[in-house]
Design a protein around this ligand. Structure first.
Ligand code: NZQ
Ligand code: ZN
Length: 385
């Protein structure tokens, strides 16, 4: 029986030349901290536009948020906000900068050790600074959701947190901002969004007819535009579709009231924390193997996926499922993303290391049925070799 409280308070401003709208989206009296990553936002002119739109407010900047943002870096931004009495945050970047900004927003007024926010997966957040985002990389959906993933570099620990207090107030989605992305990040974006949809859709039937059809529509759109995103350069319509699909993939729409399976993500996070593999690439490794390992429990949805997403109607049920999983793997590979541990230089001992990390982080009952124990994760990882 469907039963949920669905809301998404993030205001979306979508289209070319929308960065100047910041001047009316952020209160005139706000004392703003602009957070960004490495050099991309400066080089492509986005930061310049942001600075012009925010004038004459008090504005400070914090750069250097790395991919897979670290606690060690972010805690310096927290100190800056506190010392300078800043009261509004603006993330300019991809998922890492936005996630990092969510952490800063929650940590500024947190009493005690801010890492406790991750230890409690965000359930102990009681107050957060308001913030908005200017998205430059379509992939994570962080621009329209209340989740974030933070890494403690010292201990190789990458953990998610979630709180309704860290929804962005607004997000500016200007698809032209994606024109400077290298093919690697574009392919990552397609695969990350694809996997977000699969992890909310490919569980077991839940009588969520509209959520299923939305999910299938988003998957079909990614299959349709995946290669165009890589091949057609500065094509506005293609990029606009990618940006909007990636946001809808993880903004609560398709996940409302349905069983969810985040096991591919949780196993993938350990691969990133241990070996520094890009987030989306870890998903491309784990997802096909995970579907393969757990096909009995996912049988009905795998058949639906085979028929509605890959138009597979011939052959036995098991043959259609085989083909659907093979098509999924092939789609990732065709975007230039390898799907085997060995492709990333990892040997067999990586399986033990990843399982040990999952146990250390309490990731011992994953999946829609909470039955992905460390033993099941091990079997999944063995299929990734
Ligand atoms: O640092 P700069 O120089 O800005 O370069 C970045 C970075 O190196 C570059 N980039 C971003 N926009 C660009 C650009 N380069 C050229 N032109 C542009 N317009 O891209 C590189 C990767 O950026 P990053 O933000 O790390 O990528 P992504 O958006 O894929 O974010 C990945 C992070 O998000 C987390 C992941 O775990 C990972 O830490 N996730 C967050 C989620 C959420 N909040 O809901 C869900 C996801 O499942 C994911 O776990
Ligand atoms: Zn993801």
């Amino acid at each position: 029986m469907l039963n949920f409280k669905y809301f998404n308070p993030t205001k979306i401003v979508f289209g070319p030349n929308t960065v100047p709208e910041l001047s009316s989206l952020i209160p005139a009296a706000a004392r703003v901290l602009v957070l960004y990553g490495g050099s991309s936002a400066e080089k492509n002119g986005t930061l310049g536009e942001v600075r012009r739109a925010l004038a004459p407010r008090v504005v400070q900047e914090f750069g250097g948020i790395e991919p897979n943002p670290t606690y060690e870096t972010l805690i310096r931004a927290v100190a800056q906000v506190r010392a300078e009495k800043l009261d509004f945050l603006l993330a300019v970047g991809g998922g890492s900068v936005i996630d990092g900004t969510k952490f800063v927003a929650a940590a500024v007024n947190f009493t005690g050790d801010p890492w406790d926010i991750l230890r409690h997966f965000g359930s102990n957040i009681t107050l957060a600074l308001p913030f908005g985002t200017v998205l430059t990389l379509p992939a994570t959906g962080s621009e329209m959701n209340s989740g974030a993933v933070i890494t403690q570099q010292a201990s190789h620990t990458k953990l998610p947190f979630n709180s309704p207090l860290v929804f962005p107030q607004f997000s500016i989605l200007d698809p032209t901002k994606t024109y400077t992305l290298p093919p690697r990040q574009l392919a990552n974006g397609v695969v990350d969004a694809f996997t977000h949809i699969v992890e909310q859709y490919l569980t077991y039937p839940a009588q969520a007819l509209a959520q299923d059809r939305f999910a299938e529509g988003l998957l079909l759109t990614l299959v349709e535009i995946g290669h165009r995103v890589l091949d057609q350069g500065e094509d506005y319509d293609t990029r606009a579709n990618l940006v909007w699909v990636a946001s809808l993939a993880l903004n609560g729409l398709i996940g409302a009231g349905v069983p969810q399976d985040w096991s591919t993500h949780m196993i993938g996070h350990e691969l990133t924390a241990l070996y520094g593999i890009d987030h989306a690439r870890t998903l491309a490794i784990v997802l096909p193997a995970n579907l393969e390992e757990r096909r009995p429990a996912k049988h009905a949805k795998l058949l639906q996926y085979a028929e509605r997403v890959w138009q597979l109607t011939q052959g036995s049920e098991e043959e259609r499922i085989d083909q659907a999983i093979a098509r999924t793997r092939h789609f990732f590979e065709s975007l230039g993303i390898k799907t085997r541990l060995g492709d990333y230089g990892l040997a067999d001992d990586a399986v033990d290391s990843v399982v040990a990390q999952l146990e250390a982080h309490g990731m011992t009952k994953l999946g829609e049925g909470r039955d992905v124990t460390p033993e099941v994760s091990r079997r999944i990882l063995n299929r990734c070799r």
